[in-house]
Design a protein around this ligand. Structure first.
Ligand SMILES: [Zn+2]
Length: 488
């Protein structure tokens, strides 16, 4: 008799809790429903799509898509640490010509204040490469999981506010603010946070979780979608989840105490008053005009721009930087532009990029305030859709749209007709001098070659804005597997 009563009470209690839970989702309710307090680690796997942030084919299009055939995130919430493994392959958009997609394998880690990738070494086992600049974003991904968000909320004095059938939960971890939405079923439905980007400033990263299921005793979403900077960066269908398995991610020697390496700028004189500024992954040109300096390309971020500007002023003293010529809007080629705006330079770019930059640069840059965030100067632009010339009356600097490139629709190269120097980014990146030519010519390089021929440019030197060396048309011809041409 007693047993029967106890069972009946148990059933009633369970029903009441469910009814209550569907009325108002709370931080406490969700923490219990998702087992967050007891979750020390989680590993989830799936397939879907990944999108390359900052690399839109033009500023009106979303980030380009990759098919993800395998994805596994392994997270230790206590450390905190995470490993993300992914196999992805670019989706070539209809009507766009790209290099033939190949499987890319990604194996990236964060643990505390260290981040690193494991990458295939030319010979032997994969080697660790420190990625100290990736710590912020990878840590954000840990707290942008349902259980991770709830654990971080508990650890960071979150505040909670009822909203309809659920709650909005807010906290700050490190310098990043997090806002989560808990629905009437006590599921974490959405996590928003903001991270710095040199172009966009404080960039909203919004992760949504839907289709919650019971995966071996843990409630977890079967669908995870993330947007960053207004467009999708991840769309994952989750197929398996393991809770509290061992996730031990020892920090390798190479990543321990690694810091972002100092920015260096080297200079090579290509012609009188024309300097090739390298020393990192992305290069620039400094051109000495009668009463001013012209810089070609402001890549990466303010640290790079600051160093390039210092080198340009050392080589070309007592002249202001009047123009910054930008090859395209991919973030690795435009992240340093804001520094030049603050410097007083006019940004010379394809017309298609202007509205995008104006909007991006007017957004708050409070997470990593740069010079322009403080001065609030208005950007000056000089734009074009066809051939454009910047001149001091003596030296012409010609800018040509690279027509028909699959890389970007607002993509230009810079040509100095007197010096016969061509500067271009991403269309042709020379390999090391002793490297064998690629098995398959890169269609972006073939297209560059065709543009040079169409425009009858008499190129003597190519100053590629990536790559290890100054090259010539002969190098470009070799790279595209050609094309013995007698005219050039
Ligand atoms: Zn690019």
């Amino acid at each position: 008799m007693r047993t029967w009563i106890a069972l009946a009470v148990g059933v009633v209690t369970a029903v009441t809790l469910t009814a209550c839970g569907s009325k108002a989702g709370t931080l406490q309710g969700s923490t219990a429903a998702l087992g967050a307090a007891d979750t020390k680690s989680i590993e989830y796997s799936g397939t879907g799509k990944w999108f390359q942030f900052g690399q839109a084919p033009n500023p009106t299009l979303p980030w380009p898509a990759f098919d993800v055939s395998a994805f596994t995130a392994s997270i230790n919430y206590d450390t905190p640490a995470a490993r993300m493994q992914m196999t992805r392959k670019q989706v070539v958009e209809p009507g766009r010509v790209r290099p033939a997609p190949v499987d890319q394998k990604v194996d990236q880690y964060v643990s505390g204040t260290a981040a690193w990738n494991m990458a295939a070494a030319p010979a032997g086992a994969p080697a660790a490469q420190a990625q100290p600049a990736a710590v912020e974003e990878r840590t954000m991904e840990i707290w942008s999981t349902p259980q991770g968000f709830l654990k971080a909320a508990a650890a960071n004095n979150a505040t909670s506010q009822a909203t309809g059938t659920g709650s909005e939960v807010t906290f700050t971890a490190g310098k990043n603010k997090y806002v989560g939405t808990i629905n009437g079923q006590n599921q974490v439905e959405k996590v928003q946070t903001w991270i710095n980007n040199p172009v966009l400033g404080d960039t909203l990263v919004e992760t949504t979780f839907s289709d919650y299921r019971d995966f071996n005793g843990v409630q977890f979403p079967a669908h995870i979608a993330r947007q960053q900077g207004g467009y999708p960066v991840l769309d994952l269908t989750v197929s398996s989840v393991t809770r509290n398995g061992a996730v031990d991610l020892a920090v390798p020697e190479q990543a321990r105490n690694a810091t972002v390496p100092p920015v260096t700028v080297t200079s090579d004189k290509l012609a009188d008053g024309v300097y090739y500024l390298r020393g990192g992954t992305h290069h620039s040109l400094a051109i000495d005009q009668t009463d001013h300096i012209v810089i070609v390309e402001g890549p990466l971020d303010e640290a790079r721009s600051t160093a390039v500007i210092a080198k340009a002023k050392e080589l070309i003293p007592n002249k202001p930087i009047k123009y910054l010529i930008n090859t395209h809007a991919h973030f690795d080629h435009s992240g340093g532009l804001r520094t030049y705006v603050d410097e007083g330079a006019t940004i010379v770019t394809h017309e298609m990029n202007k509205a995008y930059y104006e909007k991006a640069w007017s957004a708050p840059h409070s997470l990593n305030p740069d010079r322009l965030e403080q001065s609030k100067k208005t950007a000056m632009f000089e734009t074009f859709t066809d051939k454009h010339v910047v001149t001091d009356g003596r030296r012409a600097i010609e800018i040509y749209p690279i027509q028909g490139s699959g890389h970007n629709d607002a993509f230009v190269m810079v040509y100095l007709p007197r010096e016969r120097v061509l500067a271009e980014a991403d269309a042709f990146t020379p390999a090391a001098a002793d490297a064998p030519p690629p098995a398959m010519p890169n269609p972006f390089s073939v297209n560059l070659y065709d543009n040079i021929q169409r425009l009858k440019l008499d190129v003597r030197q190519i100053a590629a804005l990536h790559g290890p060396r100054i090259t010539t048309m002969a190098d470009l011809r070799t790279a595209i597997g050609q094309r013995t041409n007698t005219t050039n």
